[in-house]
Structure formats: structure tokens, C-alpha cells
Design a protein around this ligand. Structure first.
Ligand code: RIB
Ligand code: CA
Length: 315
């Protein structure tokens, strides 16, 4: 846990997931990770929740884990097992599970925590189901949080659809609720940004060169991720998505933002789950700080330093 009082306090809502794992390490090293909540996404809820606990063990993350929603608000569940593996964390040898969830009600915990402690950042990096439910059950939370930084959507191509990014495609209604809730500071790390954070064999090698259990765990994750991406799209290169949403809060100067209006397509036959980022010139109503340019070298260096800081601490 980072020293208190000098860095942002974060609640990360996630579906670990290879990139979620690295985002959690960044959040605990570069910020003050108040808690972790889980949502069904990359893998079923039971798997992503177990993975969140295992990642905490592996990297010495003390934050409590609270289980959240198993399925989207309206849509049928879908997953990304072909990328993240059968149980969501393919690649490394997983340690024996020694921890348990702090509760089975992530939504209630987020509401209680943000009502008791103003100025926390919400950092959703999976489908937005839990956060949308928080805002619907407790609209007062919208003005109590410092802001919301999410990985989701895209200003150009999609990944799990021609124009649809996975997190948004899983629960587009939830993202619509969040983007229309009136949060004053919403930061978007969409695929147009996160594809700039390159995952390739060089990153695997640099992680492995750090040495120690945590770095080897991360390198094994990246290797498995690249194997699966290669099988899916035919090349060993991807984007390190979720860490960008954490950096947008802990190290915002590594990302360039422009205020935009962003909406979510809910009805399109071909475009459901598309985020429509209005990049036209002119004075318009905006609801999102759209992250569009990443200082890749700095972001990569911060990530490697964070893994280096936690590589030998597994419990
Ligand atoms: O589209 C990328 C997003 O989907 C990331 O959050 C990844 O973990 C998956 O959840
Ligand atoms: Ca994720």
C-alpha cells in the first residue's frame, strides 16, 4: 500500500484478466488502493474473484476484495476466455488460494465506503455493471467521488466487434447509465489510447529480466496473452488496456486528454456497444475527458518499476 495522503485513493472494479492484474499492481504501488471489487467479464465471476484474491497474494496487495455482479444488467453474459484462458489467468502457475472475499456485495461496499470517505476515485476496468448499480441505488455517490477513470469503448475500431470494445459490449446499458450520471471528472481509456501501450515479446522479456516471483508471474501472463492474441488475430502484439485507466489517475501527465461528448449505442444491429466519441470542432456539451495520446515510454517504465517494487513479496 502506498503512503497515505500523497496519492489518489482508488477503488478498482475489475475482471482479472491479465491486464487487470497489472492494473491492480499499478494501483497499489502508484496510488492508495482502498479496495477491489469484481465483476463477471473476461471470465465468470467465480474465476475473476478468485483471480483478484490470488493477485493480491502474489503482489502483496492488502486491499479487501468484494464480489460483485455475475452478469450484465440486460444483455446475456459473454466472456473473453479465448484471450485470458479457461479461468481468466492463463500462463503462470497459480499459487494456492489462501485468502477470502471481504463480502459478496461489492455495490453495497462501494456505496458505504464512498459515503464514509469523500474523494475516492472509482476505476472500473471491466464491464460497468457494478458502478451503474451504485449510481442507480445511491445517486449521491456521484458527487462524493473524486472522479471515475474507466477502461472501455473506443474512438475508432473495436476488438470484440468491428466498432465495439469488450467491456462496453458486455454491458452497454451500464456504461450509458454511468456516462449520463453527471460525474464531474470522467476519464476514458478506450482502445484508441490503450493500443498505444504495446504488449509484445519485448515487454515479456523485460518483465522476465526483472526476476523474482512477481515479475516471472507477469511475464508468464504476457506470454500466454500473446499466444492467445496470435491465435485470434494472427500477430504477437496487443494493447495493455487496463493499466491506462489507472495511470489516468495516478500519473495523468502520461496521457493527453480532450473534453468530448461520448454516448453509447444501445440499439444498433451492427453497432451495439459502440462508444460514439464526438470529435467535431466547436463548443459542445461534454461528459468525458477522452484520453487520446499516451507517452508510451514513460507508461512502460512506470509499469516495470511497479512490478519491480512488488516482485518478491508474494505471501
Ligand atoms: O477490451 C479490453 C478490456 O476487456 C480489458 O478490460 C480486458 O481486461 C477485458 O476486460
Ligand atoms: Ca478488464
Amino acid at each position: 500500500m502506498a503512503p497515505t495522503g500523497e496519492c489518489p485513493r482508488l477503488i478498482v472494479d475489475c475482471d482479472p484478466g491479465h491486464d487487470d492484474t497489472l492494473a491492480l499492481v499499478l494501483a497499489d504501488v502508484r496510488g492508495e488502493l482502498v479496495g477491489v471489487t469484481t465483476v463477471g467479464g473476461n471470465a465468470p465471476l467465480v474465476d475473476v474473484t478468485r483471480n483478484a484474491l490470488l493477485v493480491g497474494q502474489m503482489y502483496g496487495i492488502d486491499a479487501p476484495v468484494h464480489r460483485g455482479a455475475a452478469r450484465p444488467l440486460v444483455a446475456e453474459p459473454r466472456n473473453a476466455l479465448h484471450i485470458h484462458g479457461t479461468h481468466g489467468l492463463a500462463g503462470p502457475v497459480l499459487p494456492e488460494l489462501e485468502r477470502a472475499v471481504a463480502s459478496d456485495d461489492a455495490v453495497e461496499w462501494i456505496i458505504e465506503t464512498t459515503r464514509a470517505d469523500e474523494g475516492i476515485w472509482l476505476v472500473p476496468i471491466g464491464p460497468m455493471t457494478n458502478i451503474a448499480t451504485v449510481f442507480r441505488l445511491a445517486p449521491d455517490v456521484v458527487d462524493r467521488i473524486a472522479g471515475l477513470s474507466f477502461m472501455g469503448g473506443s474512438a475508432d475500431v473495436g476488438n470484440h466487434g468491428p466498432v465495439s470494445e469488450f467491456n462496453t459490449l458486455v454491458d452497454p446499458e451500464a456504461l450509458h447509465i454511468v456516462l449520463t450520471a453527471g460525474v464531474a471528472d470522467v476519464r476514458m481509456a478506450g482502445l484508441d489510447l490503450t493500443h498505444q501501450f504495446v504488449v509484445d515479446d519485448a515487454l515479456e522479456a523485460d518483465l522476465r529480466a526483472i526476476g523474482g516471483t512477481g515479475a516471472v508471474f507477469a511475464a508468464d501472463m504476457v506470454g500466454a496473452y500473446l499466444d492467445n492474441v496470435e491465435g485470434w488475430v494472427g500477430r504477437r502484439r496487443g494493447g495493455l488496456h487496463d493499466p491506462c485507466a489507472v495511470l489516468a489517475v495516478t500519473d495523468p501527465d502520461v496521457i493527453s486528454f480532450t473534453d468530448r461528448h461520448v454516448g453509447v449505442e444501445l440499439r444498433g444491429e451492427l453497432t451495439r456497444g459502440m462508444t460514439v466519441v464526438d470529435r467535431r470542432p466547436g463548443d459542445r456539451e461534454t461528459n468525458v475527458r477522452h484520453g487520446h495520446t499516451l507517452d508510451h515510454d514513460r507508461a512502460r517504465s512506470i509499469l516495470l518499476d511497479a512490478v519491480r517494487a512488488r516482485t518478491g513479496v508474494s505471501s
